[in-house]
Design a protein around this ligand. Structure first.
Ligand code: 5GP
Length: 237
């Protein structure tokens, strides 16, 4: 049985703990939510449970398709056992349908299908406001090597294909999502880390186009609990 040690990182949505094994961390998922760089805050009972469950299911799905992830198992309903990694501070965002920031920053209309999918890199930094970067800037900043960035892009596109098919069978479209990768503390290999949940993905009902993700909180679109519950239900189908 893994034992929880000191907290390495405490965020609104998650806390990462060390364990008695240096190659293993525990991620605890919380009920708190923030949006717009922490300017909007709330809490939703059960969100930690739903996000842990949804992430676990999607990590297992990806592992079954040969994608290396940090997922090892669950310690409890809200605590995930993961491989210890050092997170690379780059958000890898994959977009299949134009919505959100891409429609505000560029003349691309809402709802346009992006074929082939668009991969965007953002530098994870509160100080700089998560600016978009490219591979050359990431290399110049010493965040990763070019080969590692190429691997992250290839994995992100493979993950996209797996998720789109899985979600499509459950009546869901995947307009976009954000991934984070880390270097394993064991062998330095790049693996998928963080979470895959309605906090980090946009999910739309394929029939109605209704948002079933954190946009419901961002833009006060309806009952948030029923949205997280509905995604957990559909993903388990
Ligand atoms: P956008 O750039 O349109 O705001 O976000 C694109 C996608 O990436 C959305 O699915 C959004 O949830 C996710 N995303 C982008 N940045 C962040 C972030 O800093 N935190 C989280 N949780 N998700 C993000």
């Amino acid at each position: 049985m893994v034992k929880r040690g000191e907290a390495l990182y405490r965020g609104k949505a998650k806390t990462i703990y060390r364990t008695d094994d240096e190659k293993t961390f525990i991620i605890e998922f919380h009920d708190d939510l923030t949006a717009f760089d922490g300017k909007k805050k709330s809490s939703l009972e059960g969100k930690g449970y739903y996000n842990a469950k949804i992430s676990a299911t999607l990590f297992k799905l990806l592992e079954s398709h040969g994608i290396p992830t940090h997922f090892k198992g669950m310690l409890s309903e809200t605590e995930m056992i993961v491989d210890a990694v050092k997170i690379i501070p780059i958000e890898v965002i994959v977009r299949n349908i134009a919505t959100g920031s891409i429609t505000r920053r560029y003349p691309i209309e809402e709802g346009r299908r992006l074929v082939p999918p668009v991969v965007v890199l953002d530098y994870k930094s509160d100080e700089y406001g998560d600016p978009m970067i490219n591979e050359d800037i990431a290399v110049a900043m010493g965040l990763a090597k070019m080969e590692e960035l190429e691997l992250m892009r290839r994995l992100a596109l493979e993950i996209n294909q797996i998720l789109v098919k899985f979600l499509d069978e459950r009546g869901l479209a995947l307009p976009d999502f954000k991934l984070e990768f880390g270097r394993s503390k064991d062998d330095g290999k790049i693996i998928l880390a963080d979470e895959i949940s309605p906090d980090t993905c946009r999910f739309w009902d394929r029939e109605t186009g209704e948002s079933l993700d954190k946009d419901v909180f961002r833009f006060d679109k309806g009952d948030l609990e029923s949205v997280y519950r509905e995604i957990a239900r559909r993903i388990e189908l």
